[in-house]
Design a protein around this ligand. Sequence first.
Ligand code: A5P
Length: 222
Amino acid sequence: MEASTRQAAWDAAGAGAVADVRDGMRLGLGTGRSAAAAIEALAARVRDGLRCVGVPTSKASATLARQRGIPIGRPGGRLDLAFDGADAVTPDGLIVKGAGGAMVRERIVAASADRFLVLVDETKLMDSLDGWGRLPIAVVPFAAPTITRILGDLRPVARPARSDDGLVLIDLHPETGADWVAVAERARAVPGVVDHGLFRASPADVLVGFPDGARSMVDLRA
Ligand code: A5P
């Protein structure tokens, strides 16, 4: 898919994500290109007079939201809605996130929200997570060498850049056909692993952007 077509798809998903936002809502602002499109769409509504507060999941999203005039709130309270991107989504709602390294904050924010919307273009829809092939984990720097040894069979590859919280980001590469839930649980059980990038969402909350608009994964199946 061409870059301009993908951007149009992200823009459509972003517009769909904020279409029902009402005055006074507290919103979780995700990280990445799809989330940035939603932040831009939200900013347009703020310019039109919408009052809301955004809780960003990364420094990058905080900077974008601030630049666009969206009031920034602190984490802690309940959120009415959170929106975020994803790297891969399967028909049963398994999701891999974290290519941008923000999955620790992303899960905290998603868990605080009454509704968590996942924004993707159709390239992210996959029959199996094998089609994506990597599961990121965020680990305490002191533990990184030990974790790399313990999870060695999952072919761990550390990224050069750390997360916004100073955590080391390591991509695991489960073998084809692996049980990704089991892999994620095993990884999280290792001391020093803060979180992984495997999430779940109801297919009704997965918003797929197309250049001509956004549809939920459920509508796509109908
Ligand atoms: C950030 O850590 C990620 O979880 C992103 O939400 C995910 O990688 C999707 O990003 P894009 O929308 O840029 O593809």
